[in-house]
Design a protein around this ligand. Structure first.
Ligand code: HEC
Length: 188
């Protein structure tokens, strides 16, 4: 049993090295001007949890109050997810999105039904592009509105995005790992 676990871990770690060095799985897609391309398949990534934000609360990416309650789904690129779950460390190349979904106004006692996707934000861990102060994370915003989203995005200023994430630096590696039910590791 122990042998199998060790072999599985070795395989994942070697994938991790490939991922970091040769963009093994889904490459983080940067352009020459430093903008990033929107991932084309983020809804096939691993959904690690959903947060419900009540109507009237401020949306984090545009600073405006939301007109309907919104779900936020957090989805992790599958190789990043596998490596984190096996090792407890977010690898270089990690990609995580949060996608916002508007809802239909519900009467008391009714279920809160989703109406349409309404925005996409993303973080990328890249040891070369982003500084240690942000945990080597870059933050991106593809718009808070119905689709189509922007196809490219520039890195957001540190003060706009990183501030809250930096509070998790020492125990959660700048990512709100503890907020997501799907990121609980057996050893946690
Ligand atoms: C006011 C504090 C705050 C600010 C500012 C902030 N975030 Fe976050 N962020 C959070 C919290 C709390 C979570 C985890 C809870 C959730 O939303 O699911 C989170 C989660 C995320 C996640 C999912 C990965 C994770 O760490 O859980 C992404 C991606 C993300 N934020 C991107 C951004 C971007 C892009 C910006 C800037 C536009 C930003 N954040 C600004 C508080 C903040």
């Amino acid at each position: 049993m122990k042998g199998i676990t060790t072999a599985a871990l070795a395989l994942i770690l070697s994938c991790s090295a490939l991922f970091a060095d040769e963009q093994f799985n889904l490459p983080v897609s940067f352009n020459a001007d430093g903008t990033i391309n929107r991932p084309f398949n983020h809804r096939q990534w691993v959904n690690v949890g959903t947060t419900l934000i009540p109507k009237g609360e401020i949306n984090i990416i545009d600073g405006n109050p939301i007109s309907t309650s919104e779900y936020i789904d957090t989805c992790v690129e599958p190789m990043s997810y596998a490596i984190y779950m096996a090792t407890g460390t977010w690898p270089n190349g990690t990609q995580i999105v949060k996608e916002f979904t508007s809802t239909v106004e519900a009467e008391p006692g009714e279920v809160l039904v989703e109406s349409h996707y309404n925005g996409l934000a993303m973080l990328v861990k890249d040891m070369e592009r982003f500084p240690a102060e942000t945990g080597h994370l870059g933050f991106f915003n593809f718009g808070h509105h119905p689709e189509p989203y922007e196809t490219t995005a520039s890195a957001m200023p540190r003060e706009q995005c990183s501030s809250c994430h930096e509070a998790t630096a020492s125990d959660q590696q700048y990512i709100f790992t503890d907020h997501h039910i799907g990121l609980k590791r057996v050893s946690d």
